[in-house]
Design a protein around this ligand. Sequence first.
Ligand SMILES: [Zn+2]
Length: 325
Amino acid sequence: MRVPFYDVPMNIRLHAVLLSLSLYACWPAPAHAWGCEGHEIVALIAESRLTAHAKETVLRILAAGPVDPTLSRYCETTGDPTADASTWADDERRVRPETAPWHFIDVPRGAREADLSKFCPPATSCVVTALAGQLRILRDSSATAEARADALRFVIHFVGDIHQPLHAATNDDLGGNCVPVSWFGHAPKENLGRTADFAPNLHEVWDVEIIERFSEGETAQQIAAELEKRFHARIATWQAQSPNFDAWAWESHELAEKIAYGKLPQPIPIATPQPVTSCSDTAAPKLSEPENLAEPYQSAAVPVVQEQLARAGARLAGLLNSLRP
Ligand SMILES: [Zn+2]
């Protein structure tokens, strides 16, 4: 997820408030995402692939630097410390807003591969450099217990985020946050107090709604087990590859172009990259002309989402299995 004013958990919380005000009577309470469920699935797939040593090390590092008990947690506990750790970074961002840009990389549509570093401002960092930086802290046995535990939570989370296609692509639309979407007949609305922000929007659909729809009420544990089975052979290959964060981000970017943007029923032209700080700066579609997304889009997106979750879990396992005590 992305920056504070348009991050999905905030949207979700706002939805909850709006629901209680009966303003969102037609839109179901948003559930989980590459917010809760998506991140938990990634963590659970990884966990099932850990060596006994890595599993013990992960649990020990997390226990030695526990989460601040005063931090309000959005996701309900799963009972699994690694899965619970996977969603901490989205809560932590509220108290440390400087970590918000660490969750994504704004690679503009139409970019050519080669060097992603120009899309990763050194002043703020991005998911590629944040992941590398937190991994260094995690591997540094001289770092404090708190710093290593936080670094582990960031790594678990950012490996998930970097595999969400719209965390590695933008079209002057804040990674699809500014694209209003009608989702299976639920028309988008403006978010109260966020006049240029919509729900549902394209980013949120990829974070939350696609998973929510295909999971049909299953738990993260059930989905993780199913994906592991389905992608079994490929998971072993992904896990064995040496990590390349630029390549992972680029792979996500290409999936965003091909599917997240490419399968929109009303094609959106590639925008000329410009700085965008709010949806009002953009030429994104208007609220009155949302993308109408339903079964054809869901059918195109589900295999991508499932494969990206499996890839992320496998690659996270590869990283964590290389941890020293
Ligand atoms: Zn995130």
